[in-house]
Design a protein around this ligand. Structure first.
Ligand code: NAD
Length: 285
């Protein structure tokens, strides 16, 4: 079975649109600001995808573009401005930043309640403690898809390839929060196949085309290919799709799998942020 992230994302968009309408009845228009520093073409493309998704569901979105030679002070200043705006409920800093700018300080400046990418240490800390608030969008999309497919996570053998702060680490925490058994592999893992063959649910986020071959997958596994790699003029994942599709019970395509799910979770979390900021305002009045 193909896990059609694109179709699942349409359902998330429909749910989100309804929530946007409900907020409109209270006079609230959810707002997302993206911050792009420099002119990385891949980043520009991701930003465009995010903004057109916002438009489809009625979220107000604006893109702040800063020059390649922006200083840390200027970037922090811009984020502080967005933190102070009541019409902006979510702030997303597009990574990577140009050389010389550290994402750490900028990320920490974003108000945790507006951190719709879930990267702020306060949100990451809550996630690790089992209280998920705003969490990274790619892992959230994977969990959403598994729930929609009716795959039980409690007691499931989950193997994650890649231990980045964006995908692998937060996904491991989210799986543990749902009582899965989790193995996390990375570039220093000695025998990758030994681990991946255990997986009932295999998530691959390494950025290495063709890393996972057919004989590395347990028959009947659910496989999520997070990788986005340009090979020639094609976009491919980290999984050898043709070989693995006959072994796995379910697999995401690249493109059209995890990518659209990730964007849909950004919409969902922007609305969630708007709802909770609105509740806070109501409590204060
Ligand atoms: P990263 O580049 O920060 O880290 C890569 C991870 O893979 C590390 O943990 C590294 O140890 C591991 N790794 C690298 N080579 C390996 C190998 N040969 N064997 C085992 N492990 C190996 O990772 P990231 O930012 O999580 O991105 C990973 C991939 O996912 C990239 O292709 C990226 O473009 C893609 N991505 C896609 C989405 C999406 O929405 N679809 C979101 C985020 C990232």
């Amino acid at each position: 079975m193909l896990i059609e992230g694109k179709l699942l994302a349409l359902d998330v968009e429909a749910e989100t649109r309804k929530k946007v309408e409900r907020l409109a009845e209270q006079g609230v228009l959810p707002g997302l600001a993206t911050v792009l520093v420099g002119e990385n073409p891949a980043s520009q493309m991701y930003i465009r995808l995010k903004h057109s998704a916002c438009e489809r569901v009625g979220i107000h979105s604006e893109n702040v573009v800063l020059a390649e030679n922006t200083t840390e002070e200027q970037l922090i200043g811009k984020i502080l401005e967005l933190n102070a705006r009541p019409d902006i409920h979510g702030i997303l800093l597009q990574l990577p930043l140009p050389k010389g700018l550290s994402p750490k300080k900028a990320m920490m400046t974003i108000k945790p309640e507006k951190d719709v990418d879930g990267f702020h240490p306060e949100n990451m800390g809550s996630l690790l403690l089992g209280a998920e608030r705003l969490v990274p969008c790619t892992p959230l999309g994977i969990i959403y898809a598994l729930e929609r497919l009716g795959k039980k996570l409690e007691g499931a053998e989950v193997v994650i390839v890649g231990h980045s702060n964006v995908v692998g680490k937060p996904l491991a925490a989210m799986m543990l929060n749902r009582n899965a058994t989790v193995q996390v592999c990375h570039v220093f893992t000695k025998d990758l196949a030994k681990h991946t063959r255990d997986a009932e649910i295999l998530v691959v986020a390494a950025g290495v085309p063709g890393l996972i071959k057919g004989d590395m997958v347990k028959p009947g596994a659910f496989v999520f290919d997070v990788g986005i790699n340009r090979v020639g003029n094609k976009t491919v994942g980290d999984v050898d799709f043709e070989a693995v599709k006959d072994v796995a019970a379910a697999i995401t395509p690249v493109p059209g799998g995890v990518g659209p799910l990730t964007v849909s979770m950004l919409l969902r979390q922007t609305v969630q942020a708007a709802e909770s900021q609105q509740r806070k305002l109501e409590k204060r009045d």
